[in-house]
Design a protein around this ligand. Structure first.
Ligand SMILES: [Zn+2]
Ligand SMILES: [Zn+2]
Length: 299
């Protein structure tokens, strides 16, 4: 994929600033959050909590490895069958389909923290960047960047239209495995948490944390966000080299999505993994002589 060859997207933020909300989406979004309270109506057990945490990270990994590093950035190449598997996996998080997600995310990198950014906390406020922009009609109308490399695959177009199928499938599996308590904790609460875990990268990762590289935007690095999002919290690293499969640039920078991609490459499931350009990284350091806590860049 050549992201540089794509046309400039239309202005979005001026529209989003006076946002026109989809009433039905807002009601559904709030209702799903309120439904989480039904957890108080069923008996609590530790297996429910374990399922919730397990499926939280399962969904987050699907988003980070699938929708983000593969579909949005093509950080590696893979077979069409494995590509479909990634799309199905990521779609268990009910965050629209692979085309829509990648289209919006590529747009974010093109205009990051500028007036046209769909979800810049510096432009539209933290709450709207976190949760709000995707509930508007303006976003739907402005999210038009072509993603031709993905659009040519019929199965991806199908999943983009019917993105709810894998989410419902996983919810059904939860119900069959443990009845109503598993449905609530694994199918619903875990889902809502995975949304907010992902949304922190749109909001907090452009507000809180440290900047290592001169990227011309407000992207930040945060260990806490990296722990919550399987490595996506190294967001300043990512904005510096958005196509690199690895986002943790120090050996201690926790990046399980990268460990998984590395393992897949060793197993032959993926190939042409995009490496970090360490020379370019070194040249872009904001602090050219890092202290002992920072250490040297290391592959
Ligand atoms: Zn960003
Ligand atoms: Zn990205």
């Amino acid at each position: 994929m050549s992201e540089g060859a794509q046309p400039t997207p239309p202005d979005a933020a001026p529209l989003l600033a006076g946002a026109r909300y989809h009433k039905s989406k807002v009601i559904s979004y709030v209702a799903l959050h309120l439904l989480c309270l039904t957890a108080f109506l069923v008996p609590f057990s530790w297996d429910c909590l374990a399922l919730c945490v397990g499926l939280y990270y399962f969904r987050i990994l699907g988003i980070t490895a699938g929708f983000h590093r593969y579909f949005s950035h093509k950080s590696f190449q893979t077979s069409r069958a494995f590509q479909l598997l990634l799309a199905l996996w990521a779609n268990t998080a009910f965050m629209r389909g692979p085309l829509t997600w990648a289209r919006a995310h590529r747009h974010h990198h093109r205009v990051s923290d500028a007036a046209e950014d769909f979800h810049s906390p510096g432009q539209l406020g933290l709450a709207f960047a976190h949760t709000g922009w995707f509930l508007t009609q303006d976003y739907d109308e402005a999210n038009t960047l072509p993603v031709r490399d993905l659009e040519r695959c019929g199965e991806l177009r199908f999943l983009d239209r019917h993105y709810w199928i894998p989410t419902l499938g996983l919810a059904l599996l939860c119900y069959l495995g443990g009845g109503l308590p598993w449905l609530i904790w694994g199918g619903l609460i875990s889902l809502i948490l995975s949304w907010h875990g992902t949304f922190t990268i749109n909001s907090l990762a452009h507000r809180w944390g440290s900047q290592r590289y001169a990227t011309g935007d407000e992207s930040r690095n945060s260990l806490l966000l990296a722990l919550l999002t399987c490595g996506e919290g190294w967001h300043n690293n990512h904005h510096h080299q958005m196509n690199a499969a690895r986002q943790g640039h120090r050996v201690w920078e926790w990046d399980p999505t990268w460990y998984l991609i590395w393992l897949w490459s060793k197993l032959g499931l993926v190939w042409e993994v995009v490496e970090v350009d360490w020379e370019r990284a070194e040249a872009s350091l904001l602090q050219r002589n890092p202290g002992p806590s920072e250490g040297a860049l290391s592959p």
